[in-house]
Write a protein that binds this ligand. Structure first.
Ligand SMILES: Nc1ncnc2c1ncn2[C@@H]1O[C@H](COP(=O)(O)OP(=O)(O)OP(=O)(O)O)[C@@H](O)[C@H]1O
Ligand SMILES: [Mg+2]
Length: 280
């Protein structure tokens, strides 16, 4: 890939107790692309995101971030371009107030007080929680905490935004709002977006390309639609296509007689197919 934001070649991570969380991972994410790592519980997604972000050092292979090799020497510089939003927002928020939590990163970057203030106010505004700035993190709902966790990362203006299980713990409305928010953020900014999830229904809305991680190995890759059409590989990885695609698979006359029409990945796509059928 010519304009690669992230390029992993033969990467392995072995935990200090000897457990190999993943091995032989080759993964390329283009600039401004939205990629998703799909995998069941324990597949190795969070560990992989920590390695991509430079939080954990790989035990084998090479990682290039924005065309720079990730090494102990370059780690600090590279980490400034990569923002990781943890699976649990409680792991990201530890200061007495949300404002101080968001200011923590920019202050550590050695920015001036004025610049820090500007970035914090801007980040809180972008995620829509400016009114919660003086609250302690434990007074926020999970959805609000997720937004705050994103703000802590956005204030550092990363070029690559990495989100671990972005839709976990959210109610349907909050989940839809959050996906809309991420879509807008990606469209507005100069961002590359990498997410990890097993929430298959949200994947077509969150990503363009998908990687399936099964017990630490990448077993499928491609566009979201092509990865979700390979039901066997998905099942082996304890995953399934989105609910709406499964419905169409169960009722073949909903797709065309030859089965050559692609399965819908979202309700919007399903409605389009059904409307076309009605007027055939
Ligand atoms: N500190 C550790 N030491 C040893 N093994 C670990 C450690 N942390 C995680 N693991 C193991 O590594 C594997 C991958 O864990 P990881 O958290 O990356 O999975 P995941 O795909 O993010 O799962 P989930 O969907 O539940 O978040 C799991 O089997 C886990 O038990
Ligand atoms: Mg995880």
């Amino acid at each position: 890939m010519v304009h690669c934001a992230v390029d992993l070649q033969g990467v392995q991570y072995r935990y200090p107790n000897g457990y190999i969380a993943f091995d032989e991972v080759n993964l390329q994410v283009g600039l401004h692309e939205r990629a998703v790592i799909l995998g069941a519980n324990g597949a190795g997604k969070s560990t992989l995101l920590s390695v991509i972000s430079g939080v954990l050092e790989p035990t084998k292979g090479s990682i290039q971030i924005l065309h720079q090799e990730l090494t102990p020497k370059t780690k600090r510089k590279i980490r400034a371009s990569v923002g990781l939003v943890f699976q649990e927002p409680d792991n990201q928020l530890f200061m007495p107030s949300i404002w101080e939590d968001v200011a923590f990163g920019p202050l550590n970057m050695g920015l001036s007080e004025e610049e820090v203030r500007h970035r914090v106010d801007e980040a809180l505004e972008i995620v829509g929680i400016a009114s919660l700035r003086d609250k302690p993190p434990h007074h926020l709902s999970v959805g609000e905490k997720k937004r705050a966790a994103i703000a802590t990362v956005l204030a550092m203006r990363p070029k690559i935004l990495i989100l671990d299980e972005p839709t976990a713990h959210l109610d349907p409305k909050s989940r839809a709002d959050f996906i809309k928010f991420l879509t807008k953020l990606h469209k507005q900014g100069d961002l590359t977006l990498i997410t990890a999830t097993h929430d298959v229904d949200s994947v077509p809305l969150l990503a363009d390309r998908a990687y399936v991680l099964n017990k630490g190995r990448i077993t499928a890759r491609g566009t979201v639609a092509s990865v979700f059409s390979d039901t066997k590989t998905l099942a082996k990885a304890r995953l399934s296509p989105p609910t709406v695609a499964r419905l169409f698979q169960q009722i073949p006359w909903l797709t065309d007689a030859q089965g050559s029409q692609p399965l819908p990945m979202s309700i919007r796509e399903a409605v389009k197919i059904l409307r076309q059928q009605r007027f055939r």
